[in-house]
Design a protein around this ligand. Structure first.
Ligand SMILES: CC(C)(COP(=O)(O)OP(=O)(O)OC[C@H]1O[C@@H](n2cnc3c(N)ncnc32)[C@H](O)[C@@H]1OP(=O)(O)O)[C@@H](O)C(=O)NCCC(=O)NCCS
Length: 176
């Protein structure tokens, strides 16, 4: 698989994916007519990346325009109890993914998430990486584990928090 930026011509594929209840249950699908919402979301991807909000990428074949899935990392600011020592907030990078129904169980998500985290935790320095996964979501748990995430505990009523430990601590880096 390959990762690439979203293009205007991907709007129909994105709208179709958002209409899949399996994907809609986990993704934040914008309101409005699906094709227009997808086009607007794609149109905003460049600014979201440039301003450090999120990096959202298409998963597809190395050549061609097909959309097999999506991976992304989004900035998440956590308030952490420090007892007065250290900064009270910590930025983590929330990793998300989906594969279009026709492309599931072929290793697409596993390969794509591995590619994403290799880039994010490597040259991009987007660490630490976390993922929020509903407990018992076996497919997503398998994808996360294969990309180096480990379950750290409950995040909220419906999600576990998974963390990918950063092996290269340094300024701005480190574990949660
Ligand atoms: C979760 C999801 C991304 C997995 O994508 P995928 O490309 O099918 O995943 P992979 O092919 O890399 O599968 C990884 C492993 O997950 C497990 N798996 C995949 N689908 C499964 C299923 N339906 N039931 C149980 N295990 C499953 C398998 O162990 C699989 O490996 P194997 O079949 O080779 O043994 C995909 O099912 C999806 O997009 N679901 C809807 C959206 C979603 O749930 N996103 C994640 C939110 S946390």
């Amino acid at each position: 698989v390959a990762l690439r930026r979203w293009r205007p011509g991907d709007a129909a594929a994105l709208a179709a994916a958002w209409a899949d209840p399996e994907i809609g249950r986990h993704a934040s699908v914008p309101a409005g007519p699906p094709a227009e919402a997808a086009a607007r979301w794609i149109g905003g991807a460049g600014l979201r990346a440039a301003t450090g909000v999120s990096v959202d990428l298409v998963v597809g074949p190395p050549d061609g325009d097909e959309v097999w899935g999506e991976v992304g990392v989004a900035r998440l600011r956590l308030r952490v109890p420090t007892g007065g020592a250290g900064p009270p907030e910590r930025v983590v990078w929330d990793t998300g993914w989906w594969a279009a129904a026709a492309h599931r169980r072929r290793g697409v998500a596993t390969a794509a998430v591995r590619l994403l985290v290799g880039w994010a935790a490597g040259e991009a320095g987007l660490v630490p990486l976390v993922a929020r996964i509903p407990p018992g979501h076996r497919a997503s748990e398998a994808v996360a584990a294969r990309a180096g995430f480990a379950r750290r505990g409950r995040w909220d009523a419906t999600h576990d928090l998974w963390l990918r430990p950063d092996p290269t601590p340094g300024p701005g880096r480190g574990a949660v």
